[in-house]
Design a protein around this ligand. Sequence first.
Ligand code: UDP
Length: 371
Amino acid sequence: MALKPRVTFVLGTRPEVIKLAVVIMRFKESQDIETRVVLSGQHRDMANQVMNLFEIKENRNIDLMSHGQNLSHITSSVLNGLKIEFKEFPPKLVFVQGDTATAFSASLAAFYEQIPVAHVEAGLRTNNWLEPFPEEMYRRLISQIAHLHFAPTYCSALNLNSAGVLGNILVTGNTVIDAIDYISSKLPRLALKGIDWTVQKVILITVHRRENRGERLGQIASGIRKILESNNDVVLLFPLHPDPELGKRIRKLLGNHSRIIFTEPLEYNFFLAAIRDCSLILTDSGSIQEEACAFAKPVLVLRETTERNEAVKIGIATLVGTNPVTICSETTRVLKDLECFNTKVKRIPNPFGDGKSSKRIFNASRTFLEL
Ligand code: UDP
């Protein structure tokens, strides 16, 4: 009897797990493919939370997380860990997602063994080397290595075409929409002391990008204080990234304020519930711009550039950067105009997909594997 082709998924951070979960489920259902899941350990607790939610179990954990980990440590640990994994369980195809240190290092490890790579969420670009850092360079380098490029939108496919990448490009939509569809029947109510969702306007805020950790963090904090001064009916929900240094700085900059509610990272279903129920999102995250589109929520992007221009084009996202005055004036403008925003955007189809991305990725991979 012929051996089943083996497909290995390598993932390490919360967004990678979220965006590969439904793809992995599809592969696991298939009788004629052996599916392996390898966790790098780049985010330990946050990745585990999402693995549990989607009921996915890893076959191997490289468990690289260490105190004060840096990019060199992540890269070398993933390379060394995967050398062993690929020797013991050689795959016919390796899946990576997005633009993390794990995704880049896994593609390089596969390339060293001449194993083809499938890249999910391929082709996103800001065209700025250092923003976001190191993600823009990681996704460019993965595009040079991959055989299968699963682009979420036509715009990302065009970016890949202009980069002259080798291999096949397929527009699939973004798998985050598949994840939201899967989880949407399990969205809870988020009850938090200090927030009355029925009368207060809740602003959901996240900050974690490396380029926003220096001087710009102080500017963002100043913008937040201005928002609270000029909008009495607003409360801020601020789930902190687990990096303890970052959390400490944010708390120090913002101090104690009765209308700022800090939390630990929220579990994904609770975080989606917060997106659904809030009035506005302030973030420097990439994926949250896509999720805002799925829930038709306005999002102010605390960055100078975005690789999700589709969200800007349909009027859901606005690039505001980190100038405190702009952050406050744009927030006030959007909050005043919420009704108008809702009637305008509710009719626009989501540019990031229809929830069938995983199926397209699965079918194209089967063709590649000659099944
Ligand atoms: N997220 C979450 N809980 C939180 C904050 C974020 O589950 O407390 C999810 C969010 O819905 C999104 C992902 O984590 O899917 C975003 O992760 P992050 O901003 O770290 O990464 P990026 O998308 O910018 O790479």
